[in-house]
Write a protein that binds this ligand. Structure first.
Ligand code: ZN
Length: 56
């Protein structure tokens, strides 16, 4: 039953999904991959840019 588990992106230890801190190395949001965060950030910027662009 590893479906509720993922690995910490920092220390690669198995952790529970959705935990705010890694119990092993105390990294914030250990289940969130940096790539996904970057994609989300860039996506939000693009959406905001398009919104302001179409408004003006
Ligand atoms: Zn960790």
């Amino acid at each position: 039953m590893f479906s509720k588990h993922t690995t910490c992106h920092y220390c690669k230890q198995p952790i529970e999904k959705g935990v705010k801190n890694c119990p092993h190395c105390n990294t914030l949001n250990p289940g969130v991959r940096v790539k996904e965060v970057l994609v989300w950030t860039v996506g939000m910027i693009v959406v905001l840019y398009l919104l302001t662009y179409t408004k003006s």
